[in-house]
Write a protein that binds this ligand. Structure first.
Ligand code: TEU
Ligand code: CA
Length: 536
């Protein structure tokens, strides 16, 4: 029997396929390369992989611009390769989540080419078309997340179309029931191929206000500088009308109903909205007829996760109700790697990894995080991300977290590819190569294996309740509890020793935790960056 709740508390490993492993010597990672490296992921002890888009695409946004949802891009392989990937992953006990980009397509998609050709074809209404204002300007003040207006003029159709991201990524019109039906057919197509679920790209951008009302512009003090760089005027608006629309709830119910036709599937919706992200997440995960989880942005920003802040985020999430289930991440393919983003001192890296893997919720780890990789510097001449090229030098874009994975320290291109990689592999990443860390019993990689194994072995850590005991910027402690298992977790988040108070009861350091099992002495002081797990 399959455990239909496997995703609760699961650890999910995110693969960015272009940069994971190249198998055919063209400098770009591919599905066959992923298959080759699946044992590395299985050995980490995670539950599932999430693979960023590999569908047919002109790759203007590196796969987040899909031109055919039912095929694998030739640069990544074939549908046959994908079937083999699923089979191998399942043999290794790994679930497979794929990344569906349903909010927009590529401008090269056949639907868009037809839609663009005029106002009365079968696909006319599949995208968001609007007339120019009498003076020729855009229909309203909506902005693109990647810069400039969210409207692009089509000389062919003589109307504007909506694009929340690049000009090459026109937004689908989900108010049209035919569009919804076709998207759900695509969901079925991949479920029939054996996937265990989906990461849903920009799930809160599926719908727009049909009246195309202007977004309010925020007063300077309230501007959002969290999700995208502050240089981007997108952050200066309150996104009331271009996303987060209530019509989405009914569509998500339809999507969930399709998922429920298949056993033990899951969904994690990416909700990017600094202003009302949590409120949206709470709506989207409000019951077993909605999404399973939402992907939370709280720890993807530049804001340092001090002990009190982590406690506040978890408390706020806990208040959303017992059904709401978060999925936490420190790093992904869109943001600076967290070790660099928070300027973590060396001993802090393990402390924060342990903290992430002790939170209530599910966890996404991004490829390379298990190696302790820092952000790569990619010079302007080698930049690939259109978002970075546009805002350089105020913002460098997303290439610094997308550089290839170093597999060996002494081979060509770190064992990633025999050809020049599509993004440079930083020389200082080679010392973090998988092979080298595997040999070193005290490496970051070995630590991640032990820590993930520990989380998997303690039901309290995986799914237990969460109760904060002490919250200070430099100290966080909490109790996780499941059945008879009561686990006290404490994290010193400072270069200085930290006084700590134990909750009442008799506590015994947990020997199975990947930290030296010190029983707290009477003085009850944690060493800098010390982590303690103790059982009652
Ligand atoms: O990202 C959605 C999103 O909100 C991004 O704008 C994010 O805030 C930004 O990249 C942070 O720098 C998703 C994907 O994760 C991203 O890779 C895609 O480019 C985007 O959707 C469009 O599909
Ligand atoms: Ca390749």
């Amino acid at each position: 029997a399959q455990d239909r709740d496997w995703w609760r508390g699961a650890v999910i490993y995110q693969i960015y396929p272009r940069s994971f492993q190249d198998s055919n010597g063209d400098g770009i990672g591919d599905l066959a390369g992923i298959i080759q490296r699946l044992p590395h992921i299985a050995e980490l002890g995670v539950d599932a992989i999430w693979i960023s888009p590999f569908f047919r695409s002109p790759m203007v946004d590196f796969g987040y611009d899909v031109s055919d949802y039912r095929d694998v891009d030739q640069i990544f392989g074939t549908l046959g390769d994908f079937d083999a990937l699923i089979e191998r992953a399942h043999q290794l006990g790994l679930k497979v989540l794929i990344d569906l980009v349903l909010s927009h397509t590529s401008e090269q998609h056949a639907w868009f080419r037809e839609s663009r050709s005029g106002p009365d074809n079968a696909k006319s209404d599949w995208y968001v078309w609007a007339d120019a204002k009498p003076d020729g300007t855009q229909p309203n003040n909506w902005l693109s997340i990647f810069g400039g207006p969210a409207w692009e003029w089509s000389t062919e159709r003589q109307q504007y179309y909506l694009h929340n991201f690049l000009v090459e990524q026109p937004d689908l019109n989900l108010h049209n029931p035919d569009v919804q039906d076709e998207l759900l057919n695509i969901v079925r197509f991949w479920l029939d191929r054996g996937v265990d679920g989906f990461r849903l790209d920009t799930v809160n951008l599926y719908f727009h206000d049909p009246e195309l009302r202007n977004n309010p512009v925020l007063p300077i003090g309230e501007r959002n500088e969290i999700l995208t760089p502050s240089v981007n005027p997108y952050n200066w608006q309150d996104h009331l009308y271009d996303k987060n629309r209530p019509e989405n709830l009914a569509f998500l119910k339809r999507l969930r109903a399709v998922l429920d036709e298949y056993p033990a599937t899951t969904s994690v919706g990416e909700v990017s909205d600094a202003q009302r992200g949590l409120a949206i997440q709470s709506q989207y995960t409000s019951g077993d007829d909605m999404l399973h989880m939402c992907y939370d942005f709280a720890f993807l920003s530049g804001t340092y996760p001090s002990g009190d802040r982590v406690a506040d985020v978890l408390d706020t999430f806990g208040e959303l109700g017992p059904e709401s289930w978060a999925c936490w991440a420190f790093s992904n393919h869109d943001v600076m790697r967290h070790i660099s983003r928070w300027e973590l001192p060396k001993p802090a890296a393990r402390t924060f990894a342990a903290l992430l893997l002790s939170l209530r919720g599910s966890v996404c780890l991004y490829q390379g995080e298990e190696l302790g990789l820092s952000e790569a510097y990619v010079p302007f001449e080698e930049l690939q991300d259109p978002y970075g090229i546009r805002f350089w030098p105020k913002y460098h874009g997303r290439d610094g977290c997308r550089t290839p994975i170093p597999w060996v320290h002494d081979g060509v291109n770190g064992g990633f590819s025999t050809a020049k990689p599509w993004l440079p592999l930083p020389v200082d990443h080679l010392e973090h190569a998988v092979a080298r860390q595997t040999e070193d019993w005290d490496s970051m990689l070995r630590f991640y294996r032990k820590m993930i194994g520990y989380r998997q072995s303690r039901e309290a850590l995986r799914t237990g309740s969460f109760e904060v005991i002490e919250r200070r910027p430099e100290l966080l402690s909490f109790i996780r509890r499941s059945g008879n298992e009561t686990l006290f977790c404490a994290f010193a988040l400072s270069d200085e020793p930290q006084a700590i108070s134990l909750p009442p009861g008799r506590w015994q350091a947990d020997d199975s935790a990947p930290f030296r099992a010190t029983l707290l002495g009477p003085e009850r002081v944690l060493e800098p960056w010390q982590v303690v797990y103790a059982l009652k």
